[in-house]
Structure formats: C-alpha cells, structure tokens
Design a protein around this ligand. Structure first.
Ligand SMILES: CC(C)(COP(=O)(O)OP(=O)(O)OC[C@H]1O[C@@H](n2cnc3c(N)ncnc32)[C@H](O)[C@@H]1OP(=O)(O)O)[C@@H](O)C(=O)NCCC(=O)NCCS
Length: 440
C-alpha cells in the first residue's frame, strides 16, 4: 500500500443518491476505535465470517494501513452506530511482469447488510469509488470478487485466473532435474521475516500480483490473533540457491487420514519462487513426503509447470479453475502503456464505456523492444488491426491472461478487419499466465 487513500474526497454524487434514501455516506475516522470496530464487524458479518474477538479487532485496527474505509449509516436502524454497508479502498501497485508495476485503486470489503440489500447501495459505493479514483488520476481499479456476477456491470473484467490442483503422489516420480541449491525446513516465524523480500522479487516475474501488507504476512504465517490457532499445523521450507541465497519458500500443513496413517493430505498454502530452480525444488519438497498420498494446492497459476515435472501428468488434476483478479480501466493510455508487449504492431481499440472513463478510439503502437505508445485516435486506422470492445473486455485483456479468441467467439470483441483478433493476441501474449496469489 502506498500513500494515504483518505486524501481522496468523498464522491458527492453517491452521497446525494444515498441521502435521498435517508442514508448517510461517510468516511470512517480511523482514530475512532469503537467506530472502526463496528465498521469491521459489519463488513465481516456481510461475508458470514466469524465475529472478531477484542484482541483480533485491536490487531486489525493497528495494522489497517493507509486505507480509506467508507460506511453507510441508517439512523433508523436498531443499532445506528454500526454501518449497513462498507467499502475499503487504497492505492496499490499491481505487478505487470518484467519488474514493472502500475498504480491501481484496490477496492475491498464491499458489503451491504442483508436488511438493506437490492436498493442500490452497492451501486452508489462502487460508482463512488470509480469516480473518486478517476478524478485522482489513478488509471485502474481492481478487486477480487465473492461472486463473478456482480462487477461486470461497472466495467470490471476478469484479468487473472487461479487453479486448484490435487495431486495423487502414490507411485509418482519426480522427473524434473533437481537444482543445485538446497531446501531447508525452517521455523515459520523465521521465514516470515524473510518472506517480504522474497515475495517482492517473485512478484517482478508475473503480472497480477499486489504487495502483501504486514497484517497479511502475519495472518499467512499464523502469527496473527485471527489465525494463531493454525500455528501448530503450519510448516515452512526455504530454498537457497547454490550460493546460499534464499530464492523461495513454501508454507504447508499436513492432515492425517482417519483410517490410513500412510495417506496424509498435504496442503500447499503458499508457494513463492523467485527462480525456476526454486519452483522445481519446492514442488519436489512438497511431493516427496513420506506418509502423504495426496497433495492439494489451491490458488496456483493456471500455467503451473508441475505436470511436466512428474512421471504421470494425469496425477496432477485441476479440480477448480476460476477468475480471480478483476480490472477496470479508468485511463486507457496510462493503463495500456505501462506494460510490455510481445511483438511490434499497431492496434486500434474502439472502446465502449457507459461510465465514459475509457470511451473512445485508442491507437496502441508497440515497438520491437516491447514498449508501447497509446493515444486517442481519429480517422483512418492506416493498416492497424481494429477491434471494437467494451471496457470490461479491455480489463480482461490488459494482462494478457484472457484469450482474445474466446472474447471474439463470444461476441465480446468484434474485429474491424479480418485477422485483427490474432494480431491483438500476438501483441498481448504474456510470458507467464497472470496470477494473483491472495485475496484482497
Ligand atoms: C453483493 C452486494 C454488495 C450487493 O449489494 P446491493 O446493495 O444489494 O446491490 P445493489 O442493490 O446496489 O445492486 C446493484 C446491481 O447489482 C446487482 N446485484 C447485486 N448483488 C448481486 C449478486 N450477488 N449477484 C448478481 N447481481 C447482483 C443488482 O441486481 C443490481 O443490478 P442492476 O444492474 O440491474 O441495477 C451485497 O449483496 C452483499 O453484501 N453481499 C455479500 C458480500 C459480498 O459478496 N460482497 C461482494 C464482495 S466482492
């Protein structure tokens, strides 16, 4: 997280829309502890999460970071001090691969109380966030979603995907060459100290990642009050390269089978690799465990190379695949010129955006070094590929993780000239599938 999100003014259009319904729309005073606690409990109630204990609340309050927390209050409710709707937002870098990032407006904890749903409160919150971010010159909004049915209407498209894998390790041989470094079993608390630097380097390799904050690290390593009960189960292993430099780590837990002591299930909770060697070595460590017959690995990249590392690729089953990171373009030239492109070409993108932010004809010209200029365009395409698409399709395509051809076949992108979709796909092609390894 960077900067103070609270510097952004509240959106007056949303405030007025909610006032008509008798509701107060306001930013939380982050120094008002009881108000913060009520806000957080309300947000988590909306997601059916467990209520917080006082100790957990105190930790969240202290580590909440430079976040803007907005609530909607109903003075006629039985507990008028607790909001009936919440949203949190902050400025965050989003990785673009090639050690690049773009600033994005992260939106989180969108919740409306069950007593107040389906009367336009979420719409007011979301539109308020988008207008505020656009007015502040932030080129992109992003979120992870509870349901994939909600955010397309506001111009978000799914841009990075995750897969859950289940690996039957019985009789499975690891055939990838093992690298020269070493894997060490280490204490989770010690690993937590090293993790941020390793994670930051691993995020340089792939588009779609966001920096974790202190609280996320503490929760991930079962060092926060909210996750402390998991600490006895959690194990860490670190990969050091042949020079002794840490290049990755894996966090995992193992559950015993009730009937067969040789059939434990190992869950890969987080695997972070800065190098290909680290990825291979840490997968080998996860799979090469006595007494374990099943390894499950949720929220991994969809192009995970694991099936190619083992003797039986069918032993690596993809049990779920879903969209995860959703992007909403607010400034087309800034959003599209931030990343690198695979080939040199010109593409005219004719973007429709009901909210207006991305609406227009935009010429993307990439060069042989992968750099692009993106400018508003009028007139003849002059040999450029031409595609018509909605802003949600543009968000889906931005990181190169959504197939252009699929959008074309589904009618979400229309070619202005034959072959345009293929040319756009060639330009957008990423080295690795974009991936986000957390929720926010
Ligand atoms: C999802 C949620 C925030 C929606 O709040 P809401 O105030 O009822 O939404 P609104 O009344 O503003 O609805 C806006 C539009 O979204 C649609 N919508 C709302 N919730 C939806 C859902 N769960 N699935 C599909 N569409 C939904 C509405 O039908 C409406 O459609 P329209 O374009 O025809 O106007 C609320 O139901 C909630 O808190 N759910 C549980 C927590 C959650 O999942 N939050 C989302 C986090 S990513």
């Amino acid at each position: 997280m960077t900067d103070d999100a609270n510097a952004l003014p509240l959106d007056e259009t949303s405030r007025a829309a909610l006032a008509v319904a008798g509701l107060a729309y306001a930013a939380l005073d982050m120094h008002d502890a009881p108000a913060f606690d009520g806000w957080l409990q309300s947000a988590y109630r909306g997601f059916h999460f467990d209520a917080f204990t006082p100790e957990q609340l105190a930790q969240y309050r202290e580590g909440f970071g430079p976040t803007r927390a907005i609530g909607v209050w109903d003075s006629t409710a039985a507990e008028p001090e607790n909001p009936v709707a919440t949203v949190a937002s902050w400025r965050s870098p989003l990785s673009l691969g090639d050690a690049r990032t773009i600033e994005a407006w992260a939106i989180s904890l969108v919740s409306v109380a069950a007593t107040h749903r389906r009367r336009g409160i979420a719409r007011a919150l979301l539109e308020g966030e988008l207008r505020a971010a656009h007015a502040a010159g932030i080129p992109l909004a992003m979120l992870t979603v509870s349901e994939a049915t909600i955010y397309g209407r506001w111009g978000f498209g799914p841009a990075a995907y995750t897969a859950d894998y289940r690996i039957d390790t019985r009789g499975l041989r690891f055939i990838a060459p093992l690298p020269a470094g070493r894997v060490h079993g280490v204490a989770t608390a010690a690993m937590r100290e090293l993790a941020p630097a390793i994670m930051a380097r691993s995020h340089d390799r792939v588009a779609g990642e966001v920096p974790f904050d202190t609280q996320q690290y503490d929760r991930m390593f079962a060092l926060a009050a909210r996750t402390a009960s998991h600490a006895p189960k959690l194990r860490a292993a670190r990969y050091d390269d042949e020079h002794g430099e840490p290049q990755g780590f894996v966090l995992y837990s193992v559950a015993e089978d009730a009937h067969d002591f040789a059939a434990h299930t190992l869950t890969v909770e987080h695997l972070c690799a800065v190098t290909d060697d680290a990825l291979v070595a840490l997968w080998h460590h996860g799979l090469d465990q006595d007494l374990v017959s099943t390894v499950v690995a949720p929220m991994r990249p969809v192009d995970e190379p694991l099936p190619w590392m083992v003797s039986n690729p069918r032993a690596v089953q993809t049990v779920a695949r879903r969209e995860h990171l959703w992007l909403r373009v607010l400034d087309v030239p800034a959003a599209l010129s931030a990343r690198r492109y695979a080939v040199a070409d010109s593409v005219l993108l004719r973007v429709a955006d009901p909210m207006g932010f991305a609406e227009g004809d935009w010429m993307l010209v990439s060069d042989a070094d992968g750099e692009a200029t993106v400018t508003a365009h009028a007139g003849d395409p002059d040999g450029a590929a031409v595609v018509d698409l909605g802003v949600e399709a543009l968000g889906a395509l931005l990181l190169g993780g959504t197939p252009v051809e699929a959008l074309r076949v589904a009618g979400r992108l229309v070619e202005g000239s034959p072959g345009s979709a293929d040319r756009l796909a060639a330009v957008l092609r990423p080295t690795r599938a974009p991936h986000l390894s957390t929720w926010f």
